[in-house]
Unconditional design. Sequence first.
Length: 149
Amino acid sequence: MKDEVIRFKHVRFEEQEVSRERVIEFPDGVPGFEQFKSFAVFSNPESEPFQWLLSIENEQLGFVVINPLMIWAEYDPRISREDLKSLEVDDPEDVVIYTIVTLTDDPMGVTANLSGPILLNSANMKARQLALLDDRYTTKHKILDTLQV
């Protein structure tokens, strides 16, 4: 059913809904939370450019994410053919990249995990979090350091 709407609760945002076709499936789950496979990305005008990757199976589980290219235009993770094949990517234009953001009380301490990007095939809504073997990136790239001139 293409127009089916999924309703779920999240502790931070209460009742949410998403169309079935916008549900992101992580066939292997998210590392550390492998039992949860269905998520949705939501935007909140108050927190842009950050978005929320919310589990539709567990109301406690959610991640702050960002498209790293919005901050690091030169971000170019080495993605293997196997990673692309596992998501059934036919067209590179269908690939969307997110990184998980770690928030802190001090805005200067907010970081993004560039060594563990989330790859999404927007054509079939399958995703995986990768573990890059690439010493150019770490799990804690400071966001505000990058934005300061």
